[in-house]
Design a protein around this ligand. Structure first.
Ligand code: PMP
Length: 350
């Protein structure tokens, strides 16, 4: 039936999400979800929002959620854009802010959705290779009147840049839009949000999917100068005027307000990560320095793919990328202490 497809569809090369098996028998360390449940306040808010008001359209501005984010980060409602997961926010960002005559730059070895959006919106993009040690070196990024996007920490490498490096980039790039994708920032990196007042070309994108345990609710957001936010609102309102449903707005807002629960979740994951890194290192793995809720580790025998398959057979799912340079590594999401203990003991047997 593909004769009915538009040329655009023929030319798409869509993103392939990590496995989401239906049989529940795996220890799931493959898609960087949070192993802990969402804040009880978030769950209560979602339940409370599921009432007769669902017959009405939700707030098209999602003000309750924007206010919760604004309070947390000490910014204004006008600095915030929300969407259905940061993937959707990023889609609007690529379309509305990153398509220019000058190229869009992003790291080669990074979030694999970037080339998908660049292709979808036919953006002139250039990939900048990581350094030998897998670092993103922002000194390698130079463009006028174009765009730059990178995750901090980067994925799947887990390595973070300091704010000084990001600020140095912004100092020399006031004519290009700079987007920092902070999906994993809460596990040990520093957010660039405090820099938005000084740099009107900076947009920071975050998600509720990782540190706030709400991947299933699909909520993400962007923070930046109101001019950038207006551009995103224009794109969004040309596509779908209701960014989020009533339950998503209420649940995400409550999660944002529950600071103590959020901090506890992050602390637990960081502690488990440090324990995991130590154990993997003792087993001979080489592990990149992680500021994320996952680690990127090279097995001593160089057998990443067969190890991935053997782990899967024994009920542990991790992520393997069959791509040059990173095909020697496994990306392992940090689970609970018990899950990591099982993972490590299966690994030791193998
Ligand atoms: N950015 C990066 C770097 C990611 O790894 C992910 C998660 N796969 C996302 C954005 C998107 O997350 P979500 O759509 O769940 O907010």
């Amino acid at each position: 039936m593909s004769q009915y497809w538009s040329k655009l569809v023929h030319n798409l090369d869509p993103y392939v999400p990590g496995e989401q098996p239906k049989d529940q028998r795996y220890i799931k360390l493959n898609t960087n979800e949070c192993p802990y449940p969402p804040s009880p306040n978030a769950l209560a808010a979602i339940h409370a929002a599921a009432d007769e008001r669902l017959r009405l359209y939700p707030d098209p501005n999602a003000d309750e959620l924007k206010d919760a984010i604004a309070d947390y980060y000490n910014v204004q409602r006008a600095n915030i854009f929300v969407g259905n997961g940061s993937d959707e926010v990023l889609a609007h960002v690529f379309q509305g802010l990153l398509k220019h005559d000058a190229p869009l730059l992003y790291p080669d070895i990074s979030y694999s959705f970037y080339p998908v959006y660049a292709n979808l919106y036919q953006i002139n993009a250039q990939q900048i290779p990581l350094r030998e040690d897998f670092r993103v070196c922002l000194g390698d990024y130079a463009v006028d009147n174009g765009g730059i996007i990178f995750p901090n920490p980067n994925a799947p490498t887990s390595m973070a840049l300091g704010l000084d490096a990001i600020e140095a980039l912004l100092e020399t790039h006031d004519k290009s839009v700079v987007v920092v994708d902070e999906a994993y920032v809460d596990f040990g990196a520093q957010t660039a949000i405090p820099l938005i007042d000084k740099y009107p070309n900076l947009l920071v994108v975050q998600t509720f999917s990782k540190s706030r345990s709400l991947a299933g609710l699909r909520v993400g957001f962007a923070v930046g100068h109101p001019d950038l936010i207006n551009a995103l609102e224009r794109v969004k309102n040309s596509f779908n005027s209701y960014p989020l449903g009533r339950m998503a707005i209420a649940g995400a807002a409550a999660a944002m307000r529950d600071k103590a629960y959020f901090e506890d979740t992050c602390q637990k994951i960081i502690a488990t990560r440090e324990m995991t890194v130590q154990s993997l290192t003792e087993m001979g793995f080489s592990v990149l320095p992680s500021a994320a809720n996952f680690v990127f580790a090279r097995p001593p025998a160089g057998n990443a793919e067969s190890l991935y398959l053997a782990l899967k057979q024994r009920g542990v799912l991790v992520r393997y990328f069959n791509k040059p340079r990173i095909n020697e590594y496994l990306r392992i999401t940090i689970g609970t202490d018990e899950e990591m203990a099982t993972f490590l003991s299966v690994l030791a047997e193998l």
